[in-house]
Structure formats: C-alpha cells, structure tokens
Design a protein around this ligand. Structure first.
Ligand code: CTP
Ligand code: CA
Length: 226
C-alpha cells in the first residue's frame, strides 16, 4: 500500500480543471473567442490522472483529446456555461485549477437571427462575464485553488493582486517575455507565487513538464496537510 501511495500520490483526490477558450455568441453564427488551444489544461489533466487523481475537465471548444480513464470531460461553450459546470462540481473536489482563457467580455445582447450587413458601421456593446475563478475563491471551503495569470507589465505585482482578489492558494504566472512561451506553443515559462507571496521562477519547458510542476505543488500541499 505504501508502494501504491508513492506511485499514485493523488489516488482518491478529486481535481476540477478548466481549459480552453470560451466562445461568446454574437448571433446564431458568430462569436467572440480567443486563440487558447486548451493544451495547458489538458496536459494538467493528464498529469493529474497519471498520478491517480479523478479529474473533471471542464473545457471550452478545443481540438485536444483526453484518453485517460480517470479524466471526465465536460464540454462547455460560453463563460456562463463554464461557470455553471464548475459550481456544479466544486463542493465535491479537493483541488481546482483554472487554466481556461475565459472571455472577459460578452455581447450584451445576442441577436436571435443572423445579423445582416445593412449598415456601414456596426457596434457590439459588451458587458463583463462572471469571473469563474474569483467565484470559486469566494465559495472556497477546503479546496486547494490554483489560478493562472497572463500579464504583460508589472507581472509579479499584478499576479499578487490576483491571488488576493480571487482568494487563491497558488498562481501560475505566464511569462510572455519569452518567445517560446504561450498561446499555440508547446512550451511555457512560468513563475509560481503562493499565497504567502513566495516566488519561484521556472525554466522554459514543455507544457507537459509545466503540468508536472503544477501537480508537484498539489502533492506538496497534501503532504503538508498530513
Ligand atoms: N478567469 C476565470 N473567469 C474569468 C476570467 C478569468 O476563471 N471570467 C481565470 C483564468 O482561468 C485564470 C485567472 O482567472 O486562471 C486569471 O485570468 P487573467 O485573464 O490573467 O486575469 P483576469 O482576472 O481576467 O484579469 P485581466 O484579464 O484584466 O488581467
Ligand atoms: Ca482576462
């Protein structure tokens, strides 16, 4: 049994992960979206499942596939659908990791018919989507809550503010400074900042390796609790 515990250190743990972009409808045939591939979230899900965790993977539209039997994929489209799915499962999980690139704004009104090009110019009024991660932070009981931060200036300061605003235990700061990192790439350069503001800058590495690093933080958390 000790052997199983060392090989599958997250056996019996439930982990909720968000991945991919969200699509916010403009009319029946158009949407506002972003270039998130979903790969980071799917790699985190694979790492977690390989360590024995039961994974709920709430994902926006993506070409990524999950094959591990311990991963249950819950496909969603919009930020509101992702919000609803996350809150449906959150009370029951031990860990939540928000890797999705959720749209910050959505059209205020969704046209019920395809919009015709009648006018010379056209304006879409937008309103904020719900902050899924912040809402998970607000309803947090014992969950270990991990978020991402994408910043282009004052990276560390802004990431620290996000830890506080969203009541996180750990934030994974994505450095866009590095040419090899980020959207559509196979690699990422991240910095971990925990709720005590301990900072750990990692090397540029594959998203699979970044995922393993994140799960090592989760394992360390459970080790500290025991
Ligand atoms: N996030 C979320 N719901 C949203 C927006 C963001 O759950 N509506 C989560 C992301 O999944 C990520 C974290 O919040 O884990 C930070 O996302 P980011 O875009 O860096 O920050 P925002 O809070 O959206 O603020 P801003 O874009 O203004 O920097
Ligand atoms: Ca954002």
């Amino acid at each position: 049994e000790a052997d199983l515990e060392s090989r599958l250190p997250l056996k019996g743990r439930k982990i909720l992960i968000t991945a991919g972009p969200t699509y916010e409808a403009i009319d029946p045939v158009r949407f506002i979206g972003n270039h998130s591939s979903g790969k980071m979230g799917f790699d985190i899900a694979s790492s977690a499942a390989n360590l024995g965790a039961s994974v709920l993977l709430v994902t926006g539209p993506t070409h990524c596939k999950a094959t591990h039997p311990l991963i249950r994929v819950i496909p969603v489209v919009s930020a509101q659908e992702m919000y609803d799915a996350c809150h449906l499962y959150y009370a029951d999980v031990d860990v939540a990791i928000a890797a999705a690139a959720v749209a910050d704004y959505k059209p205020k009104n969704v046209a019920s018919q395809k919009i015709k090009k009648n006018a010379d110019d056209f304006t879409i009024e937008l309103e904020k989507t719900k902050d899924i991660l912040a809402s998970l932070g607000q309803s947090k009981k014992n969950q270990f809550l991990i978020g991402f931060a994408l910043e282009t200036e004052n990276e560390i300061e802004n990431a620290k503010l996000k830890i506080q605003k969203k009541n996180l235990d750990l934030i994974v700061l994505n450095s866009l400074q590095d040419k090899g990192a980020g959207f559509g790439k196979a690699t990422n350069k991240v910095t971990f900042i925990d709720k005590f503001f301990t900072i750990e800058a990692m090397e540029l590495k594959s998203k699979e390796a970044v995922a393993d690093d994140i799960l090592n933080k989760v394992i360390a958390h459970f080790y500290e609790m025991s």
